[in-house]
Design a protein around this ligand. Structure first.
Ligand code: SIN
Length: 553
């Protein structure tokens, strides 16, 4: 691997690349690997180590119609049902149609998925899937295996330049509004003096999600909405931000626990675990025909409802009957994580509560990953390709990164811009909030923009967030850049959540309890105008499978 030590540069250094990929999970590394033979200079920039993003934490797996008797059409139906009428049908068809081939390529690149005794891929089921179609690796370490395979493939491709510990501060545009470069800070290199410029002809954002907006999340600490914020500042549109998915079964560690929380994969329910309340009653009985494997939003809501009714801070997952041997073989990492917190799941109930897991919205893209800024592409969780709608189907996220990065690599080389000079004055001196604002921001977002929302709380949240923005940072450092990015995106999220006066998918309004297609079939788009985030509504027909299913589903 060609590791470039940016820290060796003088302050104010400049570099160049044909394409800069921001982020090093499945979406970023796939894009880099597919682009490397097509352009002269591809660079991957990541603000931590190459492996630090969300991909390596994925437990359950990657969904694709790989099993006997399964078809893209059936995967499409399940994706649309989970998406609650808000998916983009064309994008879903791309995802499910190209998914199996993309997973096969991943296997060619070295990803080693679990097999059954006959040597076929071992496929499991998760919430919302009516078929076994989730490929997994090392039982419950799918993301880690994919990350390993991709990192090794990148190591075998020394022409890909890799910049670790390099935080992208801003996108720079040329006078025509298209991409011209990035400002990058080398982590640990003091204040703004450490910022240099990488000029480039295209940027692929693959920088992950916004999980750190909330106090409890399954996302790693690096998920600070940087990609969404820099894209917004550069003129891109953010879409569907209000659709933040809360994973139903995140291990409850007490109300004071903050930051990344241990995930108990849906695959555990896929293998037969079930939810119970404090009296031992089955929680999902009578709630949905798929019971514990209902789409994620439905399970999260059932848990939250019972928590609110009973005043308990958590419910329980019962997986005792799976037995110790099964736990050790199928879910070794989840077992270890439970044990680390004093729970033996073959003997004890696991305390669980919903926590922030995934941003279904993000930088709006077309079917080829293009944003509306020329030369700026987005893929993976940072993007809103339209495949997830109001609620992502389990294990479609790794697949989305894979499929749309391949698509970007198909069109980008033919669309490369000239190397342009950044327009003067860009990226300099914008107001920042201090890193210390993060705690209050997370508190506000968790209590007022979390799983259960209403107009009063959302309006209060917007006020509180705006007030946070009134206290400027006295120091310019990565914590201030991250807190400012989170604040920008939190405000946009809270504004679209307030405007969407209905309940749909993962957006749950207690004051508007029903889905309202007449008023809200479509998307809230957010853009920056004169420093203010402005929302507009783009109507789109509801995409429910009963009216849109491909023949043969
Ligand atoms: C899980 O394993 O439950 C998470 C998988 C996903 O988010 O798709």
């Amino acid at each position: 691997m060609n590791m470039q030590l940016l820290s060796a540069r003088d302050p104010g250094w400049t570099e160049w690349a044909d394409v800069i990929v921001v982020g090093s999970g499945i979406a970023g590394l796939t894009a880099a690997l597919r682009l490397k033979d097509q352009v002269e200079r591809v660079a991957v920039v990541t603000k931590d180590e190459l492996k630090a993003g969300s991909t390596q934490w994925a437990q359950g797996g990657i969904a694709a119609a790989l099993g006997e008797g399964d078809t893209p059409a059936q995967h499409e139906v399940d994706t649309l049902v989970a998406g609650a009428g808000a998916c983009d049908l064309e994008a879903v068809r791309v995802l499910v149609g190209e998914g199996a081939e993309a997973v096969r390529e991943l296997i060619e690149w070295g990803a080693d998925f679990d097999k059954d005794p006959d040597g076929n891929l071992s496929l499991t089921r998760e919430g919302g899937h009516r078929r076994d179609r989730i490929a997994h690796a090392d039982g419950d370490a799918t993301g880690a295996e994919i990350q390993r395979a991709l990192m090794e493939a990148v190591r075998r491709a020394p022409e890909i330049l890799v910049f670790e510990h390099a935080m992208v501060v801003d996108l720079l545009t040329a006078t025509d509004g298209g991409v011209a470069g990035l400002t990058i800070h080398v982590m640990g290199e003091g204040d703004a003096d450490g910022v240099g410029i990488v000029r480039t002809r295209a940027v692929v954002l693959a920088s992950g999600g916004l999980g750190q907006v909330f106090s409890q999340t399954t996302n790693p600490a690096v998920a600070t909405a940087d990609g969404m914020a820099i894209a917004l500042r550069a003129g891109a549109t953010l879409r569907d931000l209000e659709f933040v998915q809360f994973h139903p079964t995140v291990m409850y560690l007490g109300e004071d626990s903050r930051g990344q929380q241990p995930l108990i994969s849906e695959a555990v329910r896929g293998e037969g675990a079930f939810l119970v309340d404090w009296d031992g009653a089955r929680l999902m009985e009578g709630v949905h025909e798929l019971r514990d494997l209902a789409p994620r939003d439905i399970v999260s809501k059932a848990i939250m409802k019972r928590m609110l009714e009973t005043g308990h801070p958590n419910m329980w997952l019962d997986a005792r009957h799976l037995g110790r041997e099964f736990w050790e073989r199928r879910f070794p990492n989840i077992l270890a994580s439970c044990k680390q917190h004093g729970v033996d799941p073959s003997v004890d109930l696991i305390p669980v509560a919903p926590a922030c897991h995934y941003a279904s919205g993000g930088v709006r893209t077309d079917l080829w990953g293009r944003s509306d800024v020329p030369g700026l592409y987005a893929t993976g969780e940072v993007a809103c390709s339209g495949v997830h709608g109001a609620n992502r189907l389990a294990s479609n996220s790794l697949l989305e990164g894979l499929v749309f990065s391949r698509r970007i690599a198909e069109v980008l080389p033919g669309e490369l811009r000239q190397l342009e000079d950044p327009a003067p004055g860009l990226g300099a001196g914008r107001p920042l909030v201090p890193g210390a604002a993060l705690k209050q921001l997370q508190e506000t977002m968790t209590t007022k923009v979390g799983v259960l929302r209403n107009a009063t709380g959302l309006a209060e949240a917007i006020d509180e967030l705006e007030q946070l923005g009134d206290t400027p940072a006295t120091e310019i450092d990565p914590a201030a850049w991250e807190a400012t990015n989170l604040l920008t995106v939190s405000l946009a999220l809270a504004k679209s959540a307030l405007l969407r006066e209905e309940t749909r998918g993962s957006h749950w309004r207690e004051d508007f309890a029903e889905r309202d297609d007449a008023g809200f079939a479509g998307h809230f788009d957010l853009r920056l105008r004169d420093g203010e985030t402005v929302a507009s509504f783009t109507p789109a027909p509801a995409t429910d499978p009963k009216t849109t299913t491909m023949a043969g589903a």
